[in-house]
Write a protein of this length. Structure first.
Ligand SMILES: Cc1ncc(COP(=O)(O)O)c(C=O)c1O
Ligand SMILES: Cc1ncc(COP(=O)(O)O)c(C=O)c1O
Lengths: 391, 135, 391, 135
């Protein structure tokens, strides 16, 4: 197979995105010039604080929140851990039950499992074949011991967008706070924490062209939640640790750019997505689309190819200069088939044979053409090798 | 975990991108299929055997790069060997010939060893000999 | 008082340091070019992973550890939280008692207090007038329920360097693991985890000219410790969350530079420190040095001025272009006098009237002269205002 | 917490760097000392009172910028006022005149109010009037 290294097509934007040059530029002065520790009281520190608060305002604006309810974290994982473990710890006397879904990111599932070991009970709601959670199932799962409902806004593997507002309403009808992991949704789906009834929301800068290692947790005023990181009085005493000022400034800039005119910015991406899906399904037999056909992230393509295994597809595509994924980046080395795809009802071997392509703003129509031109050959080649291929 | 998987040896990548002996021998003298689609690995080894010697070996594999490379290398290693010699090719030998496998991929080389054993035993039972695996 | 804003002297390096240009340069390509998610398996991600592992090697080398025992975190606070809470959770069945000191950073003290609420018991060892912890007191405090001894390598406020090796030995003699918060020690004191008997060590890049928001926890092989951040399989499954690759690369570069020839690099700083201390004590009456005269960080000056209050000193110095601190940056807004100074036996009003100047590599002899020329006037002016000043 | 303290109003900074009425009136007619070194704030207000009117007011303060600015502003506000008018100067009035104080520094303005009350009461008791604080 020809070495395509001269060509380079990045289609794994759900794993991470390149930091935009404007964002890097905004961060740069915070390293060596405006480098003060925001907790100090002299002018240099005040400067750092002011830039940081500006970023907080931008994050707040992007999700319809107030700045004082935004708390910066080291990323989506920390925000999820804080939300889940913090609510659990602060409400232990009130109850011991959490409702979440079976297709959450590990950053939600694993904290839930950690809580189970401490005696909490967790309901992992099933999804339908498209990966959708039924608000009625949330209703059924809630008991008088339920202290949190956590359902992601959009899934990182299959791109399915959940009916967050409806689920939040169910939670609130029972007096239960609602958390959403919006790590994949920011910049893709308009978010308004008030209109949607979100009490806690996790986000992560590197998923929308911001830097890695910075995220935020939105906490609605009055939500009972403990601290996760204890120490200094940063973040109004609720999240200790010297603030990652450059990262926070980058987050602010990135979220401002990502949430301005979401629909307009994504129009081209949706076109490319649909052309990819159509092209793949039309030219490659025994293939099906994973996730929802309509309630789907603008940039997500996820297809199951029968008879072949995902890692092999990835490595062959890599040899051709195409960067893609089989599931969430974190689990791409795992032997287990994706928990999301199996929850959607895929048989194990199809879950093993799934490919995720997630588009970004740097992608071009040429990139789409290129992928569509080489992918059939890759799949054909692997199918020829496979003992499962009929005939 | 991921630390290592992205660091396949050059030899693994070579056998993955240019697999040797890929295919299926028609009317093979011995056939061994091992693995399980749920685990993401299935190997099918087919052998042509003449005078107690493997004169041809082919594989078909559904699986990751390590599984494909292990099958490719295993068939290379047993071609031309007597059945006893081929039986003695261990998963370690396969992994070593591939310049090593990441820890979580070692099971692929185990699968290759099992596939060879199963194909030889298939030949043995067809010819009225007891299966060696059961020994 | 003349506005000194034209002059700018940063003497708060214990709060944070400017990121070195070489470090920023090393980080830059990781934002927009080599931006891959290290957990993915294609070439771009492999590149990110290789740079990250190189950084891990540098951190390991700097403290005499093996790379596989270094785990990246979002800073010193996370490393401390992980060490304390992680060991407590993993050893609950073995015991419920922790020994630490009364002068630890809040990033250690507050996790300990959080554990106390969960039923753990914590001994906060006293210090002598210089801020030293007595290894014999550690010995006395240890019971058969003790699961951790945590004593900082060097104090952030008064700069006192603790006899870490002796304390570690006591802990080990009783089969108890030893953690040290070395956030202030890296680059100032040579550290060798094996020679010193350290089982867990926290460090933070922004204290040694690296970026904010990145740190590490060293975990000796075999140490019983739970996870703190649950989610993806990053850091060999022990610390979830997409890695802050630029930050990690910056940490690696910074620690390499900071730990090469520690004594040689600090010689000039020690000279400036001693000139400052001498100058202040000689020209300003009713003044005393806080912390140890010899077992002291190369860059730390901490003096108590009677009759005046610290924040006022800071703001007047700030007006003259001098950035300094009264204690740890995190608490400089607090009404409470510094817990470190009161633990050393200072009366409250002297604790309130203490000033910390911490030197850095950008400081010059001129800076020292300037501080020595304006500080007496500032103190005199405030003393004139003070009803405590005699006569 | 720190959010705000670094954001003293310009007026606070002005009164901190150029405090008005700093000092001590010799043989003052009323003296009020409030606060506690342990908390990091002590204020000493001295008044010159003529015909029930404050003709001069001075302060000495050990404390933070907010404490110094509050003392400075408080003495400004009461100069020229009758004792009743001066008594009515609340901590809010001091804080407002300073264009606001960070929440955790509001106690400094309270201290200033208390200092004035104490100094006036000192004058009153010296002149055989009952202390108003006790009312
Ligand atoms: C849905 C979702 N939640 C959480 C995370 C974790 O975020 P981070 O990588 O910033 O820790 C990710 C991405 O890895 C994600 O896709
Ligand atoms: C001794 C000590 N420990 C821990 C910390 C916390 O580190 P970080 O600010 O990186 O969270 C600091 C600095 O703030 C410190 O000086």
């Amino acid at each position: 197979m020809a070495d395509g290294r001269s060509r380079s097509v990045y289609m794994d934007h759900a794993a991470t995105t390149p930091t935009r040059p404007e964002v890097v530029e905004a961060m740069l002065p915070c390293f060596s010039e405006r480098f003060g520790n925001p907790s100090s009281i002299y002018a240099l520190a005040r400067e750092a604080q002011v830039t940081m608060e500006k970023a907080r305002g931008r994050v707040a604006e992007a999700i319809g929140a107030r700045p004082e309810n935004i708390f910066f974290t080291s990323g989506g994982t920390e925000a999820d851990n804080w939300a889940i473990k913090g609510v659990a710890a602060a409400n232990r006397k009130r109850g011991d039950h959490i409702v979440t879904s079976s297709i959450e990111h590990h950053a939600v599932l694993h904290p839930c499992q950690a809580l189970e070991k401490q005696g909490y009970r967790v309901t992992y709601l099933p999804v339908d074949g498209y990966g959708l959670i039924d608000p009625a199932a949330v209703e059924e799962a809630i008991t008088d011991k339920t202290i949190l409902v956590s359902v992601m806004a959009a899934n990182n593997e299959i791109g399915t967008i959940q009916p967050v507002a409806a689920i939040a309403k169910v939670a609130h009808d029972h007096g239960v706070p609602f958390h959403t992991d919006a790590v994949q949704a920011i910049g893709a789906v308009p978010i308004d924490v008030d209109a949607m009834g979100i009490d806690l929301l996790s986000l992560s800068a590197h998923k929308f062209y911001g830097p890695k290692g910075t995220g935020a947790l939105y906490i609605r005023r009055g939500t009972r939640i403990g601290t996760f990181m204890d120490g200094g009085a940063q973040e109004r005493g609720r999240r200790a640790g010297t603030e990652n000022v450059p990262g926070i400034v980058g987050l602010g800039k990135a979220i401002e750019l990502a949430t301005a005119d979401i629909e307009g910015r994504n129009r081209r991406i949706v076109e490319m997505r649909d052309r990819l899906i159509r092209g793949i399904l039309e030219t490659i037999p025994d293939t099906r689309l994973n996730g929802h056909p309509v309630e789907r992230l603008a940039n997500n393509v996820n297809v199951a190819f029968r008879y072949v295994e995902g890692e092999s597809i990835l490595l062959m595509l890599d040899a051709l200069g195409i960067a893609a994924s089989t599931g969430s980046a974190c689990t791409s080395a795992s032997l287990e088939p994706s928990h999301v795809l199996t929850a959607c009802g895929l048989p194990h071997e199809e879950a093993h044979g799934s490919l995720r392509l997630t588009l970004g703003h740097r992608n071009t129509d040429d990139d789409v053409d290129y992928v569509l031109s080489v992918l059939p050959r890759v799949i054909e080649r692997l199918r020829k090798m496979s003992p499962l291929t009929p005939g | 975990m991921t630390r290592v998987i992205t660091m396949y040896s050059e030899r693994v990548m070579d056998h993955f991108t240019n697999p040797r002996n890929m295919g299926e021998i028609p009317d093979a003298d011995g056939i061994g299929e091992v693995g399980n689609p749920a685990c993401g690995d299935i190997m099918r080894i087919t052998l042509r055997i003449e005078e107690n010697r493997i004169v041809d070996a082919k594989f078909k594999t559904f699986g990751c790069a390590a599984a494909i490379a292990s099958s490719s290398m295993a068939t290379e290693l047993i071609r031309g060997k007597t059945l006893d010699e081929a039986w003695a090719v261990t998963n370690r030998a396969v992994a070593e010939a591939l310049e090593g496998l990441p820890p979580q991929k070692v099971h692929c080389s185990v699968l290759a060893e099992e596939g060879i054993h199963k194909a030889i035993d298939d030949y043995r039972t067809r010819h009225g000999m007891p299966a060696k695996s059961g020994e």
